[in-house]
Design a protein. Structure first.
Length: 354
């Protein structure tokens, strides 16, 4: 195998262009700020831009992992942002109304994640049992969920001052932020379940052809139900991270548009919206790419109002480079068609001097 053949095969890998885009952004940040990669140890904790990217991107990573499995079954979950707001509001309400302590924090976590699981059961019931289209079924909770969060918080921003509660968003363990370790644990668990067991094959089978899977004896409805519950659980954990990181719960803005970022991360990571084959690792890379985009915008001094446009342009470029049809058209433009003469060279200019 020649080097050119190996390079061509490498560029066809679904994670090649997302990784290239991520590395290009990091190199651009390094050029703009030579100290961008610097990491320092203070009071036994690691600090730096790379650590911040991982910590701030942890909620998106969690939601992208859950969204990957949903999309792999030909579904979509637009309600994850609302679940983030509900989870954070309920946890902060419980912590603010009870004495500070580890027991209070654990109860708050249990209530928030328990409600998140119920919301996932609701979405899965609408999709898997009633047969409602996923985009409509989850749109119901996307709209109603903000209202539920408003009812929980009383329409106010709930502030908390609890060290045990704040740990999940801004605490440290083994010199690393706790949010990174939690996201890593969920990623490892999801990877083991879908790649070291039959669960991944079942998800791909249901997403590839639901009717054939049902006729083959697979309980596709139960599996579809399960992935929506798992996605809601990931969103609930992300909601705890976000509210703990800012020490408050804002039902209006917590998790706003995070469902769109999660879908972008999954698509950029190589999972197709038509279902079937998926990549949990690709979703993590896509989430890191989007979080790095946000960090790059601030590092380069680009106005925050342009974040969405800047993000859309980069994501569009990555998606185009991932598209085999787009790459074929580029190759056709560069190489002449068989039987077509190569373009004649431009005539040389003859300068006449007096």
């Amino acid at each position: 195998m020649t080097a050119s053949t190996g390079l061509t095969g490498l560029t066809k890998h679904r994670l090649f262009w997302p990784v290239v885009a991520l590395l290009a952004l990091l190199v651009g940040d390094l050029i703009a700020s030579p100290a961008f990669f610097s990491i320092e140890l203070r009071d036994g904790h690691l600090y730096g831009n790379l650590v911040d990217i991982l910590k701030n991107g942890a909620p998106l990573i969690l939601i992208a992992i859950g969204m990957t499995l949903v999309i792999a079954t030909r579904g979509i979950d637009l309600s994850v942002g609302a679940v983030v707001a509900i989870s954070g509001s309920l946890a902060c309400l419980w912590v603010s109304d009870n004495p500070d302590g580890i027991g209070t924090t654990l109860v708050a976590f249990g209530l928030a994640l328990g409600l998140s699981l119920l919301l996932g059961v609701w979405n899965g019931w609408l999709v898997a049992v009633l047969g409602i289209q996923p985009i409509i079924a989850t749109l119901i909770l996307m709209v109603a969920g903000r209202g539920i969060a408003q009812l929980i918080s009383g329409g106010q921003i709930i502030t908390v001052n609890s060290h045990s509660f704040e740990w999940i968003g801004s605490g440290f363990l083994f010199t690393l932020p706790g949010a990174i370790l939690i996201a890593l644990a969920v990623f490892v668990l999801a990877s083991l379940l879908v790649r070291r067991s039959a669960l991944g094959l079942l998800v791909e089978a249901v997403g590839g052809n639901p009717e054939a899977s049902r006729l083959a004896g697979l309980r596709s409805a139960r599996l579809t139900w399960l992935v929506y519950v798992f996605c809601a659980l990931c969103a609930g954990i992300a909601g705890l991270m976000i509210s703990a990181n800012v020490h408050s719960a804002d039902a209006n803005h917590a998790g706003l548009f995070i469902e769109l970022d999660a879908i972008l991360a999954v698509v950029v990571g190589g999972t197709q919206l038509t279902g079937g084959r998926f990549s949990v690792g690709g979703a993590v890379i896509g989430a890191l790419l989007i979080q790095t985009l946000t960090t790059t915008v601030y590092a380069l001094g680009i106005p925050p109002e342009a974040i969405m446009l800047f993000k859309a342009v980069v994501v569009l470029a990555v998606c185009l480079l991932q598209s085999p049809a787009f790459r074929r058209k580029l190759r056709r433009r560069r190489t002449p068609r068989p039987g077509q003469p190569a373009p004649a060279p431009a005539p040389e200019k003859i300068e006449v001097t007096a």
